[in-house]
Design a protein around this ligand. Structure first.
Ligand SMILES: [Zn+2]
Length: 260
């Protein structure tokens, strides 16, 4: 099967998880089921190296955003040595029921990305337990947007150097940058929305809020425009993931761990 054929099975959850299991075996990553929802098992993967800061990646919290899920898998399949040598925690698909049904919401009609202010949902409670005590240099949550005209991202950072501009530069090799100057009332400059947030900014917290408040120095929410082809959208996510990887490798090699 070619890469392009694989991308056309972007809602085939068992097929995607089979590929993750193969990858985990090859790379010595630990793949574990941490929750269940809508009759589907939800997994996380952890690289064998645990010490130090690291990288957090997640995709598919909205089931109608399949390029995020495919890109994360393709990136991981091509970067096994990095995954073996750098502490990485991966959530390959946070809403499998939604992915299978091509639906933003979960099986209970909930937007999972507005549930992180509580631990009422067992899936969110289990997710938070996995994060307890963990610190990441970079956390990226991968999304898509039906209203988008181009690629854009939110960056919430507690430390410099920022990395949003670098990621957009890479992703915009594959897709135009978002042209809107304002997205949901927030100023968007050439696709970049830099946010300062407090727990009061939104009543119902997205995943990125928990990451920013408790676990990550730089939190990125990347969005690709759903109206473009799956291939262009996957390529844009891949380019951004590679840019994050280069950023981390450079920071750590130059003796300036991004976590300092
Ligand atoms: Zn989304």
């Amino acid at each position: 099967m070619t890469t392009r054929e694989g991308r056309l099975r972007s809602h085939d959850y068992p097929f995607l998880m089979q590929r993750w299991r193969r990858l985990a075996r090859r790379g010595g990553l630990q793949m574990s089921k941490f929750a269940e929802s809508g009759g589907q098992e939800i997994y996380c993967l952890e690289s064998p190296r645990r010490e130090g800061g690291g990288l957090y990646l997640s995709a598919g919290i909205h089931g109608d955003e399949p390029a995020s899920v495919v890109a994360l898998l393709e990136w991981a399949e091509s970067e096994i040595p990095f995954l073996q040598n750098f502490p990485v925690l991966i959530f390959p698909c946070l809403n499998p029921w939604g992915l299978i049904h091509n639906c933003r919401l979960d099986c209970g009609g909930r937007d999972l990305n507005r549930q992180f202010h509580t631990a009422r949902l067992p899936q969110i409670a289990a997710h938070k337990r996995l994060l307890a005590g963990r610190q990441f240099e970079v956390a990226a949550t991968l999304h898509e947007d039906y209203d988008a005209r181009g690629v854009y991202l939110y960056e919430i950072a507690r430390a410099r150097p920022f990395l949003g501009e670098q990621l957009l530069g890479a992703a915009s090799q594959c897709l135009p940058r978002e042209s809107r100057a304002s997205i949901e009332g927030r100023r968007c400059r050439d696709g970049l929305i830099r946010r300062r947030i407090t727990p009061e900014t939104m009543k119902q917290h997205p995943e990125a809020f928990v990451l920013h408040f408790h676990h990550s120095l730089r939190t990125i929410t990347l969005e690709t425009p759903s109206e473009f082809s799956i291939h262009e959208r996957v390529e844009a996510h891949l380019a951004a993931l590679r840019a994050i990887q280069s950023f981390l490798v450079f920071q750590n090699k130059s003796g300036h761990p991004a976590s300092r």
